[in-house]
Design a protein around this ligand. Structure first.
Ligand code: DOR
Ligand code: ZN
Length: 480
């Protein structure tokens, strides 16, 4: 009898202990209990194009007040020395669901996003099935909504997921036109979740290269319906030519068989089409000096051209292949130092509009292909983007072996590149940290120095190209 009691007591203590651990772990990314008000006191608020030292009161998920002194509240967080940013937007992610759940799922990757201070993502169409039909889009929306509901139930923060519609054949274009011309409620509901149209000018993961003959019609349709058209810009002929000349099998050859000229040719062609049709055209993961020059010139000409760059192209170069092998394989590939410098110069003069991750998890097993050029292209990044950028903003170049002078970047630049511009470009309807709006706030501690380790990140893939990097600035909590 006594033994049984002790056992029950042991069980009770054990469950209490486990519950405490779970509560502690989830509190970082938990939503507030309804109707209690939380005062965020003493932090530097970076929002709406300015930095100010003001308190923010959040009640029932809404920003109730922003002022120097707020006296009435239920709970207070002393955030002296901390920084508040609006929840970041990553306008280029691959969450792999449905069809590729062995690599990643919406649940795992959105947890990774939240831990990286990203609360809105625009997800790419190269899943199985691809997002090229209304039913595939509706299925993704249903999955994202179900996940949101589950998370709300356990008061966990969720990510706002928007989706790109892909087009590879005429039938996909016809479907999209129908969806945009329909006045049915269901069509309206689905349209609201579309961030834009995504096309691939050459094959990449998922083999979604668009038929050439369709290009004119896609640019015209997007112009007519005010849809932002995003393209993966690599030229198939230039890539094929380079591949035919290549005899090497090592990983560095990946940058030779998808050369910089290929990106430049593809961007030039796409900008000409955007000009012809008056389309808002957005260059995905810009990686070359020539590409930055073309976008700069197009903007000067008054064309509606925007672009994004990815952290891997901003922080890595072809020199990193030796250390990383296939963990540095992606499309477009890593480039030399001169290209990386040009990307940072594009950020400095505002030619570059967005930084987005092209978060593309693959399993380690897939990456460890004995033939490196056959390993899948793509690297995760949604959780490491903000710490890498914060490091630069805090004057610390985080690369483990390079000693270069740190580019100039401010907290306001990060908010412009990872919130304001993607919000505008993809018509996402997000708000700054603003009285009366839904709270969507990331609390950063700029004083924490930590080491990136794949095993501690939340992506299902469990690895990172930035393993062992010492970074400055950590997400303390996300409030939504
Ligand atoms: O590196 C890449 N990975 N580039 C792409 O275009 C696709 C992505 C993926 O889905 O893995
Ligand atoms: Zn991508």
């Amino acid at each position: 009898m006594e033994g049984e009691n002790i056992f029950i007591l042991f069980l009770e203590v054990y469950f209490l202990f486990v519950s405490c651990i779970l509560l502690l772990g989830s509190s970082l990314y938990a939503t507030l209990p309804p109707m209690s008000s939380l005062l965020l006191h003493g932090a530097l608020l970076v929002s709406g194009g300015v930095e100010s030292r003001e308190d923010v009161l959040v009640e029932d998920g809404i920003v109730k007040e922003i002022a120097k002194y707020i006296e009435e509240y239920d709970e207070e967080m002393d955030l002296t020395g901390k920084v508040l940013l609006p929840g970041l937007i990553d306008c280029h992610v691959h969450f792999r669901e449905p069809g590729l759940e062995h690599k990643a799922t919406m649940a795992t990757e959105s947890a990774s996003a939240i831990a990286g201070g990203v609360t809105t993502v625009c997800e790419m169409p190269n899943t199985i099935p691809p997002t090229v039909t209304v039913s595939a889009l509706a299925d993704k929306v249903r999955r994202a909504d179900a996940l949101e509901e589950t998370r709300n139930k356990i008061q966990e923060t969720n990510v706002d997921m928007r989706f790109f519609f892909g087009i590879t054949q005429n039938i996909h274009l016809a479907t999209l036109i129908e969806l945009f011309e329909s006045s049915a409620d269901e069509s309206r509901r689905l349209r609201a979740r579309i961030a834009g149209v995504k096309i691939y000018l050459d094959h990449s993961t998922g083999d979604q290269k668009i038929e050439d003959a369709l290009l004119d019609d896609v640019f015209a349709m997007c112009a007519k319906h005010h849809i932002t058209l995003v393209a993966h810009c690599e030229d198939p002929e230039e890539n094929a030519k380079a591949a035919a000349q290549n005899t090497r099998t090592n990983i560095a050859a990946h940058s030779l068989i998808r050369p910089a000229t290929s990106e430049v040719i593809a961007i030039e062609k796409a900008i000409a089409l955007a000009k012809k049709h008056g389309t808002h055209f957005h260059v995905a993961h810009l990686s070359t000096e020539g590409g930055v020059d073309l976008v700069r010139k197009a903007k000067a000409e008054g064309l509606h051209i925007t672009c994004e760059v990815a952290p891997h192209h901003l922080f890595l170069t072809t020199d990193d292949y030796e250390r990383l092998g296939t963990l540095a394989k992606m499309n477009p590939p890593l480039r030399s130092h001169k290209h990386r410098l040009a990307l940072w110069a594009g950020i400095a003069d505002k030619t570059v509009d967005c930084i987005s991750t092209d978060h593309a998890p693959h399993t380690l097993e897939e990456k460890n292909n004995a033939e490196p050029l056959k390993a899948p292209s793509g690297v995760p990044g949604v959780e490491t983007m903000l710490p890498l950028l914060l490091s630069v903003a805090l004057g610390h170049w985080p690369h483990p072996t390079e000693k270069i002078s740190c580019p100039t970047l401010t907290f306001r630049d990060i908010v412009r590149l990872c919130f304001e511009n993607p919000n505008r470009i993809f018509h996402l309807g997000k708000h700054d940290i603003e009285k009366g709006q839904r709270a969507d706030i990331v609390i950063i501690d700029p004083n924490v120095e930590w080491t990136i380790e794949g095993k501690n990140l939340h992506s299902k893939c469990g690895w990172t190209s930035f393993e062992g990097w010492k970074v400055k600035g950590k997400v303390v909590r996300v409030i939504r």
